[in-house]
Design a protein around this ligand. Structure first.
Ligand code: HEC
Length: 281
């Protein structure tokens, strides 16, 4: 099953290919109705021109997106440098192809190879920004996870009493519903929900959690607002936590936000069925 999940996450990468290729072929076929664009070799210039224009637009939009803030860590910088280089090189390729064809012929494979590498780098670090740096390798087999610098997977929970209240219960829900905007590389509201420490640290307006008091915790307040309230989390109409998950978060904060212990050592009388349900037991 992990293999299905692992490869499934490449969806968000591969999906860009049909978008680009379908638009390119529609535009190319339309353009080739003009006599001057009918020679097959003119397709190359046409596609390079399209690549140059669309990558410049993409880069400009990228800088605009960056101004929104909340980008932390090196992923944003690497993504920016690689993406800008793609636009510069694609434009250069187009200009050479048009006006210095012999030079283009000599540099063609070099340019192609460098572009493929830059696209890979830009795409990968861009993915880290949108999905968190742990997204791609999360379901990868152990050695690939280790290579990507991820901690080993938590062993599957077979017994309620053995589960860690944060690592096995609360963190997976935050990962699933909040990490696209609150990870180590993308910290909207300056909040990173990927680890215990950063979750407690909170963000712009202070601690996200007051251990022992859910009603006084910004995080609990945000997930229990009316869904159409502008401060409701997750923002932007993303799938919210379920009622069971919200109730578990409440219990966890009221219990003092414990971690590095097990449910067996905590008072779970009031939430046992919810926990069993959440952990598929
Ligand atoms: C689609 C993006 C997005 C998702 C998903 C998202 N948030 Fe947010 N979050 C934001 C933005 C943007 C802010 C900053 C603006 C604000 O404070 O409302 C923010 C701010 C916060 C804050 C306040 C931080 C501070 O100190 O200012 C908390 C707490 C929070 N989010 C919790 C969550 C939780 C819990 C989830 C998952 C259930 C979640 N968010 C999912 C975008 C998101």
């Amino acid at each position: 099953m992990d293999w299905v999940f692992f490869f499934g996450r490449f969806h968000v990468l591969v999906l860009h290919l049909p978008i680009g290729i379908i638009l390119a072929v529609i535009a190319l076929e339309a353009a080739s109705r003009r006599r001057t664009l009918q020679r097959p070799e003119s397709a190359g210039s046409f596609l390079w021109a399209s690549a140059a224009v669309t990558s410049i637009v993409t880069v400009v939009l990228g800088y605009m997106h960056y101004f929104e803030g909340g980008f932390a860590g090196t992923s944003a910088t690497v993504h920016m440098i690689a993406g800008t280089s793609v636009a510069v090189l694609a434009t250069l390729a187009w200009l050479l192809r048009m006006w210095l064809t012999p030079l283009y012929a000599r540099a063609q494979y070099g340019i192609g190879a460098v572009l493929v590498i830059l696209l890979f780098v830009a795409g990968h670090y861009g993915g880290n920004l949108t999905h968190g740096p742990t997204f791609l390798a999360e379901y990868a087999p152990g050695p690939i996870r280790a290579l990507a610098g991820l901690e080993p997977r938590r062993p599957p929970i077979t017994e309620l009493a053995a589960a860690d209240p944060f690592l096995d219960v609360v963190r997976p829900m935050l990962r699933a519903r909040c990490s696209s905007c609150h990870n180590s590389e993308r910290q909207r509201g300056m909040l990173d929900l990927s680890t215990y420490e950063t979750t407690l640290d909170g963000g712009e307006i202070g601690p996200a959690i007051t251990p022992g008091n859910a009603d006084d915790s910004e995080l609990y307040y945000r997930i229990t607002l009316a869904r159409d309230h502008e401060d409701f989390m997750p923002a932007e109409g993303k799938t919210p936590l379920t009622d069971i998950e919200t109730e578990i978060v409440r219990w966890w904060i009221d219990a003092g936000a414990p971690t590095e212990t097990t449910l067996g050592d905590l008072d779970i009388a009031n939430v046992r069925p919810l926990l069993r349900n959440q952990l598929d037991l």
